[in-house]
Write a protein that binds this ligand. Sequence first.
Ligand SMILES: [Zn+2]
Length: 372
Amino acid sequence: MNTTPLSIGRLKMAVANKVFSSTHCPICQSTNLKIFKSNNYFFPSYSKAPEFYIYQLLLCDDCTVIFMDIFPDEKKLANYYNTEYRASQFRIKLKEKNIEPPIMIPWSGISFMRFMNFYQTVEHHVSSLKILQNDNIIDYGGYQGMWGYAMNQTYGCYPIIYDFNEAGINFSKNAFGFARSMVAKDIYTDIFSCKAKLASLIHAFEHLLYPVKFLTHLKENILEKNGYLYIEVPNAYAFAHADPTHAFTYNTYSLERVLNVCGFEVLHIREDGFPKLEDGHDNDRMNLICLARATSEQPKTIKQLTQKPLNLQKEILWNYQKLTWKIMLNRYKNIFVSIVRNIAVTFLLILSPLLGYEKIYNFKASVKKLFK
Ligand SMILES: [Zn+2]
C-alpha cells in the first residue's frame, strides 16, 4: 500500500521515470494525486488481463476519483472490446474461426435485470421523470439492447441503442425493432437526428477516457434542455479495480462532482447491490445508481448523501477487508449447507425403494414449503 501524497516536483520526477504520466486530475485539474494500490486477493488493483494492458491507478485527493495513470491506446482498446472482452465460456472453436451464441450468457440477462434499478429510481425517488411512448432515449454502450428492451416492455418506447459493437447494434435492430440504433464512430462528437429526453449509460461511463468531454457534448448537443441522464457504474468502495477497460472509478462524491463540473444536477444517487453477479464477490454496495438533470443554473449538491471521504484509500481498503471476511464466511456456509443437503439426499436414496417414491416426493415438497 502506498499512501504518500505526491508533490508537483515528485510528480514530474515520476513522469520522467515513467512511473505515471498524469500530473493533474482529468476531472478537477487538481495536482493533489496519490498512487492507489490494493493487494486484496478478491479486490486487487492489478489488471485482470495483463496480456492486454497493465496500469497503475491514481487517486485524486480533491474530487476523490480513481483513474488510470496512462490510458490504453484507443485502437488497441477498440480491438479488445470486439474480441477478448466479450469472449464467452460458450465459445466454440472451429478450424477457421470461433463462433459465439447470439446473446451473451449470462450478461444479457444481467443487463436486462439492471433495468429494475432505473425503474425503482423513477418510481420511488424522481417522480418528475415520466417516460412516454414517443420519448427519445439513447442508451450509450447498450450493446444488444437488453436494457432498452426492458424499457420498451415497461413504457412502450423504442430507445436508440448506441454501441461500438456492430453485431450488437444489428441484433438490437432485428430482435427488438430498435431501428434507429447506431454504431458508434466517435462518442465525443456523434450526434442524433433528434434531441433526447434521457440518455443512459449502464456500466459504460467508467469506460470513457474523457468523461468531462463526453458530458459537455451530451449536455450541449444530445440532450433536450433540462434533459435527464441516468448512470450506473461500479462503486470504488466495493468493486475490484482490476478491469483494464475501466479508465475511471467513482464513489458517490466523485460521481456527483464530475456531473456538477459539467452542468448536471444530481437528483438521486445511491449504492446498490442488484442484480447479483454470482461471481463470489457480490455485495450490497457494488454499484452506484445516479439520476441527474442538465441545468443552466449552478448545480445543487446532495450534501447529505455525498460527503467527501476523509481518507478514501484507507476507507476503501478497510471495506475490502470487511467484504473479504463476508465472502469467506459465505463460502464456508455454502460448504456446510452442501454437506447437509448431500447427507439428506443419501438417506432419501436409501429410503426411496423401501417407502416408495410418492412418500419421498411428498416429504420433499413439505420440506421445500418449510424453507420458502
Ligand atoms: Zn480530481
